[in-house]
Design a protein around this ligand. Structure first.
Ligand SMILES: Cc1cc2nc3c(=O)[nH]c(=O)nc-3n(C[C@H](O)[C@H](O)[C@H](O)COP(=O)(O)OP(=O)(O)OC[C@H]3O[C@@H](n4cnc5c(N)ncnc54)[C@H](O)[C@@H]3O)c2cc1C
Length: 415
């Protein structure tokens, strides 16, 4: 039966959900407050990463985070402040950073990522959004870094994900288009990359072609409940109320504020990250890469090269932290010696907020807070990667079907 689905947030998660609901025959309205920026959806590194089966909350992360906090150019920073949400988030992060949590999460993250990759590949048969299926190189500057990555490769293979440990010569043979100064790499052949802005434009076009409605520059401000406890309307900044049968919250890092009044407390911090896109790079790698020790992502996008990194948990503000950008840029010539800091002099940095729950797993599912509300947020560093499968699952949940993944309850927004 066709129903009206109201989706809050027109980032990659909200748009992918809208398309999936339209395909199921529903009427869809997407409410998007800031279509020019679209949260973290446009300027991200564009990687689709089955290799990322370890959640952010993992053993050793707390110690590494504390060490990194001492350096202003490090890839990770938490601004210490007296904020109860941050303190509660930190305690939950610390509690979740166990081997058991990693072991329980890894198969679910693998299954979600592979399903998402499949959906991207399917869409790419009809639409061009720059999907390149050439894998991902985890480039290691040091032998110590390579040994650690080799350990991850072993775990990947145990999960059925192909991963090859390569020395510097074998890495160079795999991507001869770029000069590298490294000890070696781990190659994940199933990973891919794409151009996120083109994916967003493609999905928007398909939504409109299928009769979906996208309300741009309209901010959802809350919900009105009906007497039976279900959500009746979404309240908006224009004063209009949008009535719906089902509501989907896909507001990225802004999501918690919208459901607090419903009694749902989504523990989440905004993890600010930056990217810089070189229009005319001296060399253009064919394969996307992560500089493992520096935690910097490098992605060829058409003829341009995007460099992205840092995770700054410092609230939401318009400040661009130049020291952290320097940290990203310093890493580039260390791994790609033909590049120079000056190449980036004219490039404007972009930033976005990753929606980061404390246990590194998305909030995806129905909630006790309201019977007709689906939560689809908190994808952290993997929102682009998991967008199509999230959309698919939202479609199933809206139709009251099972999500179709083992241990799906680990993602419950009520956890
Ligand atoms: C530097 C960087 C690199 C990254 N690289 C990758 C990568 O390679 N691969 C990957 O998978 N992920 C990557 N990510 C993470 C990815 O960008 C996010 O996980 C993803 O964008 C989350 O999607 P979203 O739709 O949930 O949130 P967002 O992209 O933030 O979109 C949320 C949308 O909701 C709208 N919104 C919020 N509240 C309201 C409201 N009340 N009313 C109306 N609209 C509202 C916002 O305007 C926004 O458009 C990266 C992130 C950063 C910062």
């Amino acid at each position: 039966m066709s129903r009206h689905i109201v989706i809050i947030g027109g980032g990659v998660i909200g748009l992918s959900s809208a398309l999936a609901c339209l395909k199921r025959g529903h009427r869809v309205t997407v409410v998007e407050g800031d279509p020019a920026r679209r949260g973290a959806s446009l300027g991200n590194a564009g990687m689709v990463v089955p290799s990322h089966f370890v959640p952010l909350a993992a053993p050793g992360m707390v110690a590494m985070g504390l060490k990194w906090m001492l350096s202003p150019e490090s890839p990770f920073y938490i601004k210490p402040r007296l904020d109860w949400d941050l303190i509660a988030w930190g305690i939950k992060f610390w509690r979740a950073s166990t081997q058991r949590h990693v072991e329980q999460s890894a198969p679910l993250l693998r299954d979600l990522s592979l399903a998402s990759r499949g959906l991207y590949a399917e869409l790419a048969e009809k639409e061009d959004f720059g999907l390149v299926k050439k894998g991902l190189l985890m480039l290691c500057k040091t032998q110590h870094g390579l040994d650690e990555e080799a350990h991850t490769a072993e775990k990947a293979r145990a999960l059925g994900l192909p991963a090859e440990v390569l020395d510097a010569t074998a890495t160079a043979a795999l991507d001869p288009a770029v000069t590298m100064d490294i000890a070696g790499s781990v190659y994940f052949p199933q990973d891919c990359h794409l151009q996120p802005d083109r994916y967003v434009a493609t999905v928007l076009r398909l939504i409109r072609a299928a009769g979906g409605s996208v309300l741009d520059e309209v901010q959802a401000t809350g919900f009105r409940k009906s007497s039976d406890g279900r959500l009746a309307t979404a309240l908006t900044s224009t004063g209009d109320e949008i009535a719906g049968d089902e509501f989907v919250l896909a507001g990225g890092a802004w999501s918690p504020g919208l459901v607090r009044d419903l009694g749902l407390r989504l523990s989440m911090q905004a993890g600010k990250g930056y990217s810089l896109t070189l229009p005319d790079p001296v060399e253009l790698p064919r394969i996307c890469a992560i500089f493992t020790e520096a935690r910097v992502a490098v992605t060829p996008m058409g003829s341009t090269l995007r460099i992205g990194g840092t995770m700054e948990i410092a609230g939401m503000n318009e400040t661009v932290n130049q020291r952290r950008i320097e940290g990203i840029l310093k890493a580039v010539p260390q791994y790609y010696p033909k590049f120079r800091r000056e190449h980036f002099n004219e490039v404007q940095p972009w930033y976005g907020y990753r929606p980061c729950p404390p246990d590194g797993l998305p909030y995806l599912g129905r909630t006790r807070a309201a019977d007709n509300l689906v939560i689809a947020t908190g994808h952290g560093m993997m929102g682009l990667s998991l967008a199509p499968v999230t959309g698919d699952i939202v479609g199933r949940l809206v139709d009251r079907e099972p999500a179709g993944f083992d241990r799906f309850e680990m993602l419950s927004p009520d956890r």
